[in-house]
Design a protein around this ligand. Sequence first.
Ligand code: 9GP
Length: 798
Amino acid sequence: MNIATLPVVSRDNLRDAILSHLAYSFGKTPETAQTQDWRMALSYAVRDRMVEAWFDATRRTYDAGAKRVYYLSMEFLIGRLLEDGIVNLQLLDQARGALDELGLDFANIVGDEPDAALGNGGLGRLAACFLESLSTLGCPAMGYGIRYEHGLFQQSFAEGRQMEAPETWLLQRHAWEFERPESRYRIGFGGSVSDEAGKAVWTPAVEVDAEAFDTPIAGWQGKWVNTLRLWSARAVHPFDLDSFNRGDFEGAAQPEALARTISRVLYPDDTTEQGKELRLKQEFFFTAAALRDILRRFDSEYDDPGLLPSKVAVQLNDTHPAIAGPELVRLLHDERGLPFDDAMGIAQGCLNYTNHTLLPEALETWSEGVFGKLLPRHLQIVDRIDDAHAKANPSRSLSIRADHQVHMGELSFIMANRVNGVSALHTGLMKETVFEELHALHPEKIVNQTNGVTPRRWLLSCNPRLSSLITDTISDGWVADLERLQELEPHVDDAAWSDRYAEAKRANKADLASWLSDTHGLKVDPEAIFDIQIKRMHEYKRQHLNILEAIAHWQEIKDNPSADWTPRVKIFAGKAAPGYFFAKDIIRLINDVARVVNADPETRDKLEVIFLPNYNVTLAERLIPAADLSEQISTAGKEASGTGNMKFALNGAPTVGTLDGANVEIRERVGAENFFLFGMTADEVDARRAVEDHARKAIEADPRLARALKAIGDGVFSANEPDRYANIVENLSGHDYFLVCSDFSDYWRAQREVDAAFADRSAWTRMAALNTARSGWFSSDRTIRGYMADIWDAKGLV
Ligand code: 9GP
């Protein structure tokens, strides 16, 4: 196949391409074009530059007979793609120049793109970083997920309370996708299973079509382009003609409406079990479509299913696609006639499972009733898998089906060739807790792959000032080899270099300050410590520990306003699952505290509290480069890894944190003296929980904590409704499962150490720069190399 090669990208031919798309793809003249039209035209012009490498990657994969990696994930939190594409194709100067010439502002055009918020938090963002690294490393791979019409809800505040509105990214045309109406698979649900001459035959009651939409994902320098294939649900028949002809227009439209429900909304939830039936439908829908697509591609090259494990590696991102186990067995056994044991063995050779949390409510279970109703044949297969496993491992006491529930963690483990955790601590805890018995039976299965983040988005693109300084200092090899940041280390004691590092941070903070002023009317002092906690709202992440400390700090400043306080701006952002009322109360409390504290003339220039609405990838890209301090304060043992912690460290914000998740490894690498450690270890957490009245004892021992809690309980921050936070106070002084009170005193101590350290600016800059220089290991390129070597046995082709 020969395709016309696009000309080398100069500013002029990019400009011509933009004008050409404006006219011929969007039917607009420069005079009538709106921002959105220009953005679409630019996106198409950039996307065009990916297509040849995309075809080439496919061709080379076929030619090499290479093993392919398939990443199955309910979530891909990709955010915006335009700037990312421009940066990876190294078209920044040309794009800026072309837009300039057309009288357009680059920031305005790229800022017009809606965030593709197809994920809740860490798991979804990790999947997005992985796709980019897979392309950068030239690993033949494909991401499979759901093309949600509505991504994660839009958050706003009304009197401090979280309000949720549907997210509508697809109201505008999505510039990056290619619709593939020819790639459709019929997916069944429900119905019955009959025995036909000893063969199980599943006759579903309802069917929908899964239609593919492909987004090219270019790696660094655009040398390799993989595909993110998202499935959209469509009715088998777009409408019911009989109903329509009878004048029942509503009835006529029903099949399409029902089918579309499956891919309509992302579950606004990353840790709590919710929305039973539809959620299971979504999981089966995209997993079944992906497996059919994978087998179709495999069949086009090979005719021996026994080769599958050597040609196909499937990664299950958490338990959400765990139904892949029974479904792949069904496809091989029921539909292709392989003996059951062979089918199971082949499936086990292909599948791998990543666990992203030990929180019990997040290890999915389905009631047998719901599971059997939606997937009757799969329930039978689950039992056969369970039996086969029990037969091979007679000492096993647990099973996949227990207490009338189907346990997807157990199923995933048994069906996986490799099971991995996402930080050293988390992987160790997996072995000791949730998978203790299975690990004893299969000690080779569990491996660790500590998470990472893509340096292209999380340094090169989001922090151009620091990136230029790095490139000026060590040249640009770090972009594809982040560990080369170590070469910065000899410069941290060079005063002139340090000044440049500090200047980059200062300018980033000034930018954030102007943005806060322009968009939110907030005035902040760029000289203050920018102390940032941004992540999903959850009790284990302990945003309430942070706000309690802020209250105590405010009270202490008021006691002694003329003391030499280090000014601080505390910034929070994050969404709470709509049904998670405690987390929503914490949001409201933070907003109430912000209102009172920020209005206090006595403390205003020392402490400010801000909760920014609608946290998303784009907001993270804005905040992280401007951060001085990274809050990673989860109860030890609860945060599987974290990736925000890595982004902050890389961008020169030291951590105040517990020994949890990847914080442990960050501290090891950046050095204990460049990390503000506090709190109990995971073992101490367990021991502390066993202490009777631990919360009350902690409160009695710390008058600051007692006073802060009392202020909340007395309604200092909710004067018109003094008992608004009775629930929080009661929880913290009673059960306090996440040990906020027990860790408070040490957190307070660490924060005061931060104040003292920040007061010495050159020492602080050194610490920040060492965080950057020593965070190179946290690149998702390193993580993906680990998966390729230890889990997938896959090779890169660039
Ligand atoms: O909570 C974990 C987070 O610690 C981790 O960094 C991320 C990616 O591995 O996954 C999160 N888990 C989820 O989002 C849901 O299990």
